[in-house]
Design a protein around this ligand. Structure first.
Ligand code: ATP
Length: 627
């Protein structure tokens, strides 16, 4: 249907036929975007590209969007680029006839493999002018490279890259290599891409109808795309729906669906029960146990398939065959559903919750149900979809009722999150203490009644507050930070990295900003594990998307290609002349005092780390309390 609509639109929109969409068209826009830092100009260039693609090759829209945000498909497909620099350097050397030493020196000089690729290629004379690169082929090759695994995959990848490099003209090599490295470095944030998409579609539809563009429609379209994307994070499905039914009908035609993990609702941290009571004054709210396991979004599709997705929209179905086996026991007559749950390690002999550390010892690959020793119990706390119907806008009280009506508890395997609806301080305090005794992290306090208590996908909402017992005296919450650099240890620890430079993620600039150095809380076993994990990610120069202080005394011994998120607890936050977190908003960066390692967060990608906005908010809350 989409292809048909697309063809019709192409004919109507342009009045003539076109050859394939060339990669050059996209790269020309990348160059224009790279040349400016002004957000309005960036979105205008991006929207112009989208509009021209809509007119000439509407069936290519999703591919073009993915090339612009440098992804290979929806997150839940799990296909990723981000090839290592040694493989890329080898590919550049082999495809341009340069020596590895030359490529290395150029890299040290330019600090950007994309530029190295382009300069290495520039003097190369081709015998024949190659056929121009097609956008679809570039994207398909990227996907193929990402899917290539196993023995000899390195060579296969290098060969595919060489083939593309051989066909590159002009500045294409620069962007091919940057895309493969996982960093386009043009300052095009996904937020701007969403704005541009709306601009392009609204303009396209207005032009087709011979009308003037209404700026209000652009804003409305943008909001709609953003909201729908949180429910259905798949550009191809959204673009198909817009092409089919128009942008203004998007929220009716494109909704939460089973088989597509939606971005989970998140909670705001609080430091005390009185802070919770202040927030929820004069409202109906509920306290639930905050279980300490792994978030699990459980789907049963209309065709009976079952999926389990992580907090990060990763497909964990094969990691949890035991969990999948439990589903029919609790699902009763429910034909299709999406549940929001926490999977927690469970002691079947003593019938009690085991700590998170036990859960994290479960195998992550090649899991065989018979061999599983750490069993899980699912604690369901929300339902988002039931029998073909979205429940997102229902108040929490009604969702909870539906959850309890449609599903049946199975002791030790599937239970409803323990809850208490009260606004009495003593009762909440007792419930909090009890949650800790029952091996939970504390409480989640949620708005229960009214429109505002609907489920807000992807949002860190003030309608969900977390109260973690351990953190009440600290800064209210732990932080999830990206490891950016390492320092060799001293004495016994000198064979490993003994300390790490950590950063937060700035979602606007799409940069990592340094926030602290930590050496505390690691066992020797953990340091060794960290060394083995991080050593292969060492890079010669920090990536251009890291904002750090370049005074030699403040530099780490090695830089890493950001890959790992760790949870950190700190005493408090302070302004710092060295660190960069939140510097756009505060003039000076924010840093952590007495940061201490808690655990590795394998369930978080680097872009899910604590954001600059969050740390600024925490700093301001702390300042308000002190002030
Ligand atoms: P965030 O998701 O807020 O970035 P995080 O992943 O570090 O932070 P927490 O700060 O521990 O997680 O708090 C939210 C998480 O708590 C949820 O993602 C979910 O996995 C877990 N959780 C446990 N019990 C509940 C509950 N009753 N309601 C909602 N979430 C719960």
């Amino acid at each position: 249907v989409c292809a048909e609509t697309a063809k019709k639109l192409a004919e109507e929109g342009s009045g003539h036929t076109h050859g394939p969409l060339l990669y050059r068209t996209i790269v020309d826009t990348f160059e224009k975007i790279e040349a400016t830092t002004k957000r309005l100009e960036i979105t205008a260039h991006c929207a112009a590209l989208f509009l021209s693609v809509l007119k000439s090759h509407p069936q290519m829209m999703a591919t073009v969007v993915y090339l612009c945000i440098n992804r290979l498909g929806p997150d839940y497909e799990g296909l990723e680029l981000g090839l290592g620099e040694s493989l890329l350097m080898k590919s550049i050397a082999e495809s341009t006839g340069r020596t590895p030493a030359y490529v290395k020196t150029e890299y040290q000089k330019l600090g950007d493999l994309g530029k190295v690729a382009q300069s290495s290629k520039s003097n190369q004379r081709a015998m024949f002018k190659p056929e121009p690169l097609k956008a679809a082929n570039v994207f398909d090759t990227f996907r193929e490279i990402a899917q290539t695994t196993g023995k000899d995959s390195q060579n296969a990848k290098i060969n595919m890259i060489k083939r593309m490099m051989g066909a590159c003209q002009g500045n294409e090599a620069k962007f091919i290599i940057r895309s493969l490295e996982g960093k386009l470095r043009i300052g095009l944030a996904e937020k701007s891409v969403l704005v541009s998409l709306s601009q392009a579609f609204v303009t396209f539809e207005a032009e087709n109808k011979g009308k003037k563009v209404n700026p209000d429609d652009i804003t409305a379209g943008e909001e709609m795309i953003r909201d729908v994307f949180c429910q259905l994070p798949n550009y191809a499905l959204i673009i198909d729906a817009i092409l089919e039914n128009g942008i203004m009908r998007l929220s009716e035609t494109c909704k939460i669906s089973t088989g597509v993990p939606l971005k989970p609702m998140l909670a705001k941290p609080t430091k005390s029960i009185s802070e919770v009571l202040d927030r929820f004054q004069d409202t109906e709210f509920t306290c639930e146990y905050k279980y300490d396991g792994e978030r699990a979004q459980i789907h049963k599709t209309e065709s009976g398939e079952m999926f389990v997705y992580s907090r990060n929209s990763e497909d964990m179905t094969v990691r949890y065959p035991d969990l999948v086996s439990i589903i029919p026991k609790f699902a009763g007559e429910a034909k299709s559903f999406i549940l929001d749950c926490e999977a927690v390690a469970w002691d079947r002999k003593q019938n009690k919750i085991l700590p998170f550390q036990v859960l994290s010892t479960r195998k992550r690959k090649n899991v065989n149900e018979e061999e599983i020793t750490v069993r899980v119990c699912i604690f369901a706390f929300d339902i988002l979809y039931l029998n073909g119907e979205s429940l997102l806008t229902l108040p929490l009280a009604e969702r909870r009722q539906k959850l309890k009506e449609a599903f049946t508890e199975v002791p030790g395997e599937f239970l409803f999150a323990k809850s208490m609806d009260t606004s009495n301080v003593e009762e909440i305090q007792t419930f909090l203490d009890q949650s800790i005794k029952d091996s939970c992290e504390g409480l989640m306090v949620k708005l229960l009644e009214g429109k505002e208590s609907g489920y807000e996908p992807s949002k860190r909402s003030r309608n969900w507050l977390k109260v973690k017992k351990d953190y009440i005296d600290g800064i209210g919450d732990s932080l999830d930070l990206v490891i950016l650099g390492g320092y060799f240890g001293k004495g016994k620890r000198s064979q490993w990295y003994g300390a790490f430079l950590l950063g937060v993620y700035n979602q606007d600039s799409e940069e990592f900003e340094t926030v602290c150095k930590t050496a505390t809380g690691f066992s020797e076993e953990m340091l060794q594990k960290m060394y083995d994990k991080l050593k292969p990610t060492v890079i010669e120069t920090p990536h251009s998307d890291v904002s750090y202080d370049s005074t030699p005394a403040n530099l780490p011994d090695v830089w890493f290609d950001p890959s790992t998120v760790i949870e950190i607890l700190a005493a408090d936050l302070s302004l710092s002349p060295v660190y960069k977190a939140g510097i756009d908003q505060m003039d000076r960066g924010i840093s952590l005092r007495f940061p201490r390692f808690i655990r590795v967060r394998d369930d978080k990608g680097i872009h899910d780390a604590t954001s600059s906005d969050q740390i600024v908010e925490m700093y301001q809350n702390q300042a308000a309390l002190v002030g």
